[in-house]
Design a protein around this ligand. Structure first.
Ligand SMILES: Nc1ncnc2c1ncn2[C@@H]1O[C@H](COP(=O)(O)OP(=O)(O)OP(=O)(O)O)[C@@H](O)[C@H]1O
Length: 268
């Protein structure tokens, strides 16, 4: 879905009328010790969209994810998720409301198998006790769920491999499988390609695409690999010095001289 909006290349980007917005930021701001980290960002993400979030180092992309996911609280503005104001909600409450997030750094139990990692995530998502079973029953609900998630990301053949032994690309797929165990509607991916070898990139791109195309998830993707972002994104949001500089379809954004000088000029 491409939502070209005439004149929408500058901040306060909204989708065209009538779309079902699942996640929005309104006038979002973060000031820390007199410094403005995020400045008046307004963004509306329609259900099912894959939105690429780009910008030079230090532009505020991860901080924006922190504000959307509840890791940090804004000093101005509101966040709405599926029609609810979640500005004051915890990370866990937002996760229960359907928001999932990966981080730039890996969060895996490297000494456990791939299956055990996802099984623990599935147990945690069910809100019950989290326990490790050496030989869980095959029909155990969390195990069934874990194996389904591994199928979904193409890692079923590695179910009994120790997570620490996976390639970077497969570790990222495992993190996505763990995220999926909670059944999120909206998924924030923070630099999923970081550290991933070039041979693993196409497989990971397909997993990310399938989150949107096959599973109907809404995906926000922070990524420095421009070819990956351009390949995957319906729209691009460009952050610069904590502000939203542009938000439109990739072609419009890439042709925007302001973006070219602010973003591409700095990152070249
Ligand atoms: N808690 C904080 N206290 C002070 N400054 C902060 C804090 N969090 C972020 N910043 C600053 O805010 C700016 C934005 O950082 P952020 O990590 O969000 O950028 P980014 O676009 O994700 O960068 P990168 O692409 O390098 O990951 C940076 O200058 C960073 O140093």
């Amino acid at each position: 879905m491409s939502t070209t909006e005439p004149g929408a290349t500058h901040a306060h980007a909204r989708p065209t009328g009538g779309e079902d917005v699942v996640l929005s930021a309104t006038g979002l701001g973060l000031r820390i010790g007199g410094a403005t980290i995020i400045d008046d960002v307004s963004l509306a993400v329609p259900r099912g969209e894959l939105l690429g979030v780009i910008g030079p180092n230090g532009a505020g992309k991860t901080t924006l994810f922190n504000l959307l996911s509840g890791v940090a609280r804004p000093t101005a503005g509101r966040v709405h998720l599926a029609g609810r104001d979640v500005t004051s909600s915890s990370v866990d409450a937002r996760a229960r409301a359907g928001l999932g997030r990966t981080f730039q750094t890996s969060n895996l139990f490297v000494g456990l198998t791939v299956r055990e990692n996802v099984r623990l995530a599935a147990q945690a998502a069910r809100g019950g006790a989290v326990s490790l079973l050496r030989f869980p029953r095959r029909q155990d609900a969390a195990t069934v769920d874990a194996l389904a998630r591994l199928e979904q990301v193409g890692l079923a053949h590695h179910a009994e491999t120790l997570a620490g032994g996976l390639s970077h690309g497969d570790k990222r797929k495992l993190e996505i499988a763990m995220l999926l165990a909670a059944g999120p509607e909206v998924i924030l991916l923070d630099e999923p390609m970081a550290g991933v070898g070039s041979a693993d990139v196409p497989g990971l791109v397909e997993v990310i695409r399938s989150l949107q195309r096959e599973h109907g998830a809404t995906v926000l993707l922070v990524e420095h690999h421009m070819d990956v972002v351009l390949d995957l994104s319906d729209r691009l949001a460009v952050m610069h010095h904590g502000s939203l500089l542009a938000c439109a379809d990739p072609e419009t954004v890439m042709a925007d001289p302001t973006v070219q000088s602010a973003y591409l000029g700095e990152s070249a």
